[in-house]
Ligand binder design. Structure first.
Ligand SMILES: Cc1ncc(COP(=O)(O)O)c(C=O)c1O
Length: 460
């Protein structure tokens, strides 16, 4: 038994390339349904650990079937969640990165240069004055990394000594992503000490309320660690007013983190750029290139204004990490074995150019507005919110019969069983709705119309 390929490597690669070509071709257009898991695969999934080998071509073929029978986000009518859409150069980047398998925990020569350059390019793209940054597994880890740095700045020495008697607090809107609560729990701040403040009529954090909450907490001896502005909430795409929050943070001496995991690419567009004014004043910024920059997962990015903030929170000396060279990423991040996530963004910026990304995001914004208009004009559909600030458009069907919440839950199940479009449900102010997200570069206007037509038809 050996760990060598059982066929010439050209053959294995050729087969893999055929599978990818077939997939990309199938992603070009919507397909009529989501195929069910077939009997061959069901039998395979019931088998135990294989001790003896199966030919690599056969194994690849089973993988092809399984992937074809999985829910794949790159399909043009996948509207659920703010996910990635498998940008082709990004996929190639992942293949190459996996092949060379550099470890970006420590200095990795040219790979480290590429990570640094990709960070600088992304910062330029957004207009954020980054002193440093890092690729991460996603928004959850980026947010936690930023808040760890903010905690160390607010309560120096807390990484070593714990929070002791310091009562630390965070401030965000009640529609911030759950990863903020999770970070508070893991960092010892406690999710009970996250001030999840009510939003205004546009579902945006109210700067005066943040100012007042910080003042009230300080008055009783608590220590504000950070304000988190969400630049594109997961539920509706609302953008907190960054500039006004930066004023509050500057006056109070509190760290400003912008969670733009989903929405921040829209900062580069003519029609939505104004929603992100003040971004350059933040201390840290989260963006997931595996969301609205279309790259395959995982490609989270954290940018910070001042590298020393990360160094103070994460640097360390261990006998197994050689420090005769400086600039190891383990000194500014959470992870050790770090895959080369930067390569796919670097390659994509080079292969497509930054303008192609701005254009694609602008196109998705236009599609979201188109969809909103179609829903407004429909006699049995209604949007749950006004015109979308970004590219999420929650809506519901009014003619499902009986209880609207139960009816719209049924409609989501019916749509998923039907399989022509893929949407997920959400609840907004107690109303169950469908929450399509337009973040796919493959989606066309025909696909947008199809979602309205099919939801209208299956809703009754
Ligand atoms: C605003 C926001 N922040 C953070 C996250 C978490 O990102 P990830 O799933 O990459 O950890 C999400 C995920 O949807 C998000 O929308």
């Amino acid at each position: 038994m050996s760990l060598r390929l059982d066929v010439p490597r050209e053959l294995a690669l050729q087969r893999a390339a055929e599978i990818v070509t077939e997939a990309w071709t199938s992603f070009d257009r919507a397909r009529p349904q989501q195929p069910p898991i077939d009997d061959h695969l069901r039998a395979l999934f019931a088998t135990g650990l294989p001790d003896s080998p199966t030919g690599v071509l056969e194994v690849l073929d089973d993988a092809r079937r399984a992937l074809d029978e999985s829910i794949a986000q790159p399909r043009p009518r996948f509207f659920a969640f703010v996910g990635s859409s498998g940008l082709e150069v990004g996929v190639l980047g992942d293949l190459l990165a996996a092949c060379f398998d550099a470890n970006l925990a420590v200095w990795a020569a040219a790979a480290t240069e590429i990570e640094d350059q990709a960070i600088r390019w992304l910062a330029d793209f957004l207009g954020f004055p980054a002193g440093a940054g890092a690729f991460t597994s996603g928004g959850t880890v980026s947010n936690m990394t930023a808040l760890a740095a903010a905690r160390e700045r607010a309560i120096p020495g807390s990484r070593r000594h714990g929070l002791g008697t310091a009562a630390a607090t965070l401030y965000c809107s009640d529609e911030a992503h759950y990863s903020i609560q999770r970070a508070a729990e893991i960092l010892g701040i406690g999710s009970g000490n996250v001030r999840s403040l009510p939003t205004d009529s546009d579902r945006r954090l109210v700067p005066e309320a943040v100012e007042e909450a910080i003042r009230a907490d300080r008055a009783v001896g608590r220590t504000p660690v950070a304000v988190v502005a969400t630049a594109g909430t997961t539920l509706t795409g609302a953008c907190d007013p960054i500039d006004a929050l930066a004023d509050v943070c500057a006056a109070a001496g509190v760290w400003l983190h912008v969670d733009g995991a989903y929405g921040l690419p829209a900062a580069t567009t003519p029609s939505a750029g104004h929603l992100f004014v003040g971004l350059e004043r933040a201390d840290s910024v989260t963006l997931d290139a595996h969301k609205w920059l279309y790259l395959p997962k995982a490609c989270g990015v954290l940018l910070v204004r001042d590298r020393d903030d990360l160094v103070r929170a994460f640097s360390h000396e261990e006998a197994y990490i050689p420090h005769e060279r400086t600039g190891h990423m383990v000194d500014i991040t959470l992870e050790y074995s770090r895959p080369f996530r930067a390569l796919k963004l670097w390659l994509s910026f080079r292969a497509y150019g930054a303008q192609a990304f701005r254009d694609a995001v602008e196109e998705n914004l236009r599609q979201a507005r188109l969809f909103h208009g179609l829903v407004v004009a429909h006699d049995r559909l209604e949007p749950l919110c006004g015109p979308p600030p970004l590219s999420i458009v929650p809506f519901r069907h009014l003619g499902t019969g009986g209880d609207l919440n139960a009816g719209n839950s049924r409609l989501v199940r019916a749509l998923q069983d039907d399989g022509r479009v893929w949407v997920a449900p959400a609840t907004i102010d107690g109303s169950v709705c469908l929450r399509p997200c337009f973040v796919n570069f493959r989606t066309t206007d025909d696909d947008v119309h199809a979602l309205v037509d099919i939801a209208g038809e299956l809703g009754g």
